[in-house]
Design a protein around this ligand. Structure first.
Ligand code: BGC
Length: 733
């Protein structure tokens, strides 16, 4: 296997178990299967994490549900259980093939004078979202008698569970089935499995147990097909599962490979001259593809993907601001599902606005299936006192609604599909902007609207006034509403008429004109919020040196709050989003000013620095930030705790951020509603960069070599307004 498609680890260390669960994650949009070994259970964080299914047990946090694990398999010889955690290993290797979505492991266990080898391959079908499959092989160089157990294991990871009740097992002919319901809403869940080539067995509860005797050098292989279904898919589940099982392992594997090939045909980015970056970028795209909701517009992408229940399985602004561009440009159907998910949760956003005394739509900071906010007012526990700390993510991080507006328009602008505006999108934009209008205060003597008492992306400074990022996003949201109304008037006059009859819009123009947008000072620096410059001028290292305990929370009344030190890109995030609206000097000055103060305590931070640095042509500044972003889930180099809150798992926003950096940063792709520009500035060692973009309905292949740009289109290029380095592109036939 080509090294640029393979993630691998040889040797076993217990401390890697948690990290590898995320690093070797499989997924197909419907569910994620952690990169655990077949014999692992809850303690090792084994989980089949379901997209879109949430549950609350008592008054604990509501979170996504993990299904019982139907690929659980364990081998034993007498008292020896073959797990690297309990038995001596001579060799161990775990791999993830990111081209075709396979997980493999090979472990050689020492047994007496000889060895026993367990090899397994598994995948989550990209073609049939409910289906997963396993091939499991045992060999023993000296032979022996073994007990093999496989089945549907209910002992899986739960943070605030249990979430399943009324479990029942049944064996119908060859199919083992486990059914249950969620605790809160009693949503049905069904898990099936069938084995092929398994020896005659006894079934105990939801496990099959058999004895195998191997002669010296002999090996034994069985395969398993499993299916996981919840909610409305349960009634037809048995039939769907039986059809897949009848197809068998090899046929399912082949169609799965074909589905992945199609995905890569659409989205692969090829870097020549930098193998490490190539693997990391592909790995980032792999992560995005395994969590993409292909077949539903009823769920968002959780902040930790489908790697578990961390962050309650909820969707944050991460999706809209960091991941959506990848989907808009490489898989518009998925992008549309994501945008529509927010339209479906608009009512929840309206309820939230009301709850806090406002009007319009205040989107959930942590969004689950209804759009009601899963975020609590006490999200972090103080590690000194053990007391919950009041945080203001939920009620003050108001930029979330403007992020939704940005995403909605971004989708329309890239795809030219305006039907989403007709089907609830315009309503969403209007409700969000109205929310800001009702939130804002009008300063008569300054003749401007301000947004006070907010939290920006930098969560270490709470309840500040006029956060530059927030105000800028809201300003653009108001402008977007004006554009969206014009578009709907032009394309869907009846919808426009109904819209304007329902709501007077006279307030909008004044708001859009007079909303305070923070401007650079005489040194070109944009103050992150009112009074930021007056805070203690110390850098990240100094603040860190003041810590009394590791994992101390720097926000709230913590160490960073009275200093200039920020958790994550804030002004620089704004400059990365609106990079075309600021001069090179302003971008450069702010980058250099804010960088020493930025902790990068969130994985969302580094990519903003990478994009802005690349944008101003400083690839030496950009490259390390790009690599930090692209490698976050390979290296595991990310914060694991916020106070005492565990926040480990995969980092899809960073995965999106690495694609954004490669395309918007290094390839220099920028776009407005009606033009696309490519102004490359590749890192020195990159000989070439090529990728595909869906833009305005066409699929463009863009190949950059040095300062040469070659664009091939599947439709006549004259119809697409493209410029290269600002020059109009001339088509070559
Ligand atoms: C960051 C947020 C982010 C969330 C989920 C937090 O640590 O500060 O910006 O949305 O993690 O990724």
């Amino acid at each position: 296997m080509d090294k640029q498609w393979l993630v691998e680890k040889t040797g076993f260390e217990t401390r890697d178990v948690e990290l590898h669960g995320s690093k070797f994650l499989l997924g197909n949009g419907y569910m994620g299967y952690r990169g655990t070994l077949e014999e692992y259970g809850a303690k090792e964080l084994a989980a089949v994490n379901l997209a879109g299914l949430f549950d609350r047990n008592g008054d604990r946090w509501r979170e996504s549900v993990n299904a019982p694990n139907p690929l659980y398999t364990v081998l034993a010889a007498g008292e020896t259980v073959f797990s690297p955690l309990t038995a001596k290993t001579d060799d161990h290797r775990q791999t993830l093939n990111i081209r075709h979505g396979f997980h493999t492991r090979k472990t050689v266990f020492a047994l007496g004078e000889g060895t026993v080898t367990v090899e397994a391959e598994r995948f989550l079908s990209m073609e049939r979202e409910h289906i997963m499959a396993l091939r499991y092989t045992v060999s023993a160089d000296r032979g022996g008698t073994f007990t093999l157990k496989t089945g549907i294991d209910q002992n899986v990871w739960d943070i605030n569970g249990p979430h399943l009740k009324d479990g029942e097992t049944a064996l119908c002919e060859q199919t083992l089935c486990y059914t249950c319901r969620t605790v809160q809403n009693e949503v049905p869940l069904a898990v099936y499995e069938q084995v092929c080539g398994f020896p005659p067995e006894q079934t105990r509860e939801s496990m099959r147990v058999a004895t195998i005797s191997l002669a010296a050098g002999e090996s034994f292989t069985f395969t398993k097909i499993a299916g996981v279904y919840w909610g409305e898919s349960v009634p037809g589940a048995r039939q769907d599962f039986e059809t897949a099982a009848a197809a068998g392992y090899d046929a399912l594997k082949n169609e799965h490979i074909r589905a992945w090939e199609e995905i890569w045909n659409r989205c692969d980015v090829i870097i020549e001259g930098d193998e490490e970056a190539q693997l990391a970028l592909r790995y980032s795209m792999y992560q995005l593809n395994i969590i993409a909701p292909k077949n539903t517009d009823r769920c968002g992408i959780p902040a930790r993907g489908l790697s578990g229940q961390v962050y309650k399985g909820a969707a944050f602004w991460d999706t809209e601001m960091f991941m959506l561009p990848f989907f808009c440009f490489t898989n518009p159907a998925v992008a549309k599902n994501l945008v529509k998910y927010r339209v479906h949760t608009l009512e929840g956003a309206k309820r939230k606005a009301k709850e806090f005394g406002h009007e319009g739509a205040f989107f959930a900071w942590e969004s689950q299936e209804t759009g009601d906010d899963a975020c609590t007012l006490f999200n972090v526990t103080d590690i000194f006192t053990g007391r919950p700390l009041r945080t203001y993510f939920k009620d003050k991080q108001i930029h979330i609604s403007a992020d939704m507006v940005y995403a909605m328009w971004n989708y329309c602008s890239v795809t030219q599909d305006y039907t989403v505006l007709r089907d609830g999108g315009l309503e969403l934009i209007a409700e969000c902007v109205w929310f800001y209008y009702t939130y804002s205060s009008f300063k008569k003597y300054q003749d401007r609207y301000e947004l006070n008492d907010v939290v920006g992306p930098d969560e270490y400074h709470e309840r500040v006034d006029n956060n530059a990022f927030t105000n800028c996003m809201v300003f653009h949201a108001a402008k977007t509403l004006i554009k969206a109304m014009e578009k709907v008037k032009e394309l869907y006059p009846a919808v426009y008429q109904a819209f304007t009859e329902k709501r007077p819009m006279d307030w909008l123009y004044d708001f859009a004109e007079k909303l305070y947008v923070v401007q650079p000072n005489e040194n070109g620096i944009i103050e992150q919020f009112d009074g930021y410059f007056k805070l203690e001028d110390v850098d990240v290292k100094t603040v860190r040196s003041r810590e009394l305990k590791p994992n101390e929370y720097w926000g709230g009344h913590g160490l960073a709050s009275t200093t200039r030190v920020l958790k994550q890109a804030d002004v620089v995030m704004m400059l990365s989003v609106y990079r075309n609206e600021y001069s090179k000097e302003i971008k450069s000055a702010n980058w250099a000013f804010y960088e020493p103060y930025t902790e990068h305590g969130s994985s969302l931070s580094a990519c903003a620095y990478a994009i802005v640095a690349a944008d101003i042509g400083d690839t030496d500044w950009a490259y390390p930030y790009f690599m930090k972003t692209a490698c976050v889930d390979l290296s595991g180099d990310a914060k694991q705790y916020l106070g005492s809150l565990y926040i480990g798992g995969t980092h899809p926003a960073a995965n999106g951020g690495s694609w954004n950096t490669a395309i918007f940063g290094f390839a220099g792709v920028s776009y407005t509603d009606d033009s696309l520009d490519i102004s490359p500035r590749l890192p020195k060692k990159w000989r070439s960069l090529s990728f595909r973009l869906n833009w305005h309905g066409a699929c463009l292949l863009i190949e950059i070599t040095g300062d040469q740009v070659r664009i091939t289109s599947d439709c006549p290029v004259e119809t697409l307004p493209i410029t290269v380095n600002g020059e109009k592109y001339h088509a070559k036939q």
